[in-house]
Design a protein around this ligand. Sequence first.
Ligand SMILES: Nc1ncnc2c1ncn2[C@@H]1O[C@H](COP(=O)(O)OP(=O)(O)O)[C@@H](O)[C@H]1O
Ligand SMILES: [Mg+2]
Ligand SMILES: [Zn+2]
Length: 309
Amino acid sequence: MKTIKIFGARQNNLKNISLEIPKNKITVFTGVSGSGKSSLVFETIGAEAQRQINETQSSFVRNRLAHLGVADVDKIEHLNVPVIINQKRLGGNARSTVGTATDIYAALRLLFSRMGKPFVGYSNVFSFNHPQGMCPACEGLGYTSRINVDQLIDKNKSLNEGAIQFPTFQKGGYRWLRYAGAGYFDNDKKLKDFSHEEWNLLLYAEEHKPKHPAKEWGKTMQYIGLIPRIERDFLKKDSKEYKLRKNDLQKIIVSGMCPVCKGKRLNTKVLSATLKATILQTVPRFLSMSCCYLSAHYLQLHMKRYFMS
Ligand SMILES: Nc1ncnc2c1ncn2[C@@H]1O[C@H](COP(=O)(O)OP(=O)(O)O)[C@@H](O)[C@H]1O
Ligand SMILES: [Mg+2]
Ligand SMILES: [Zn+2]
């Protein structure tokens, strides 16, 4: 069974053609536009392979697999399980990955939901794009952006000397008053001399109303630490402030692997479901990789490792 045998393909404009395609080799279909490449590859071979897989599944599963229609062909022999990649361009979207673009992820989600121990939910919760599946810390992206305090603050300066190195927080800036005027700090004290309490208050305090603020402090103004303030005012990616300050933000923000899911994108509950075969615990990691980072080299390397060995 070294070849896939196709008999009497008549999909769309195909003229009752029969052919053999060698396995374990790269086969390329070429021809002018409209000659029938897609009709043969997707609508005949792909559709028949998909139909054969679907037939082995219960109706519950069948309803969740892709439907490619029924091919107009007499028969196809020795088909393997296919990985069908569509003709759309791979988007630069961080939520489309090697796995989602190829449908491998959908098949693995099914596998994990049915065979994974313990049972943590149906296949949809194995998606990092699903609210019940995604890691809450990174919202399913696998990486987080956090503020680099050393870049944000010059400890050798006082608040009056412009210790907070970010627009609108510098002396005279309108956010500056929210720290210098809170009544909490000696504005001439260098930040390196701040006590532990002062430091925490400056950086991390939750929103509250200060008891003895400066007279310029507005009646309804609340105090909140620098880090949560920047996160709230600037880090929402669709916010006006984010767009306005993108370049300044880049200086104070470091992106890195999500500390909670370690880049796996799923929450701990979903990740607790495992399969015995170790290869299947490794593959989803690769499948979660964003298409943006996908290079031909990487794909080649990993395809070899995971699928050819
Ligand atoms: N869903 C369809 N229904 C009817 N005709 C189609 C359909 N899809 C493609 N065709 C026709 O089949 C022929 C081959 O198309 P296609 O397989 O897409 O060619 P290629 O991929 O080589 O450009 C074209 O004449 C096209 O118009
Ligand atoms: Mg085509
Ligand atoms: Zn995460």
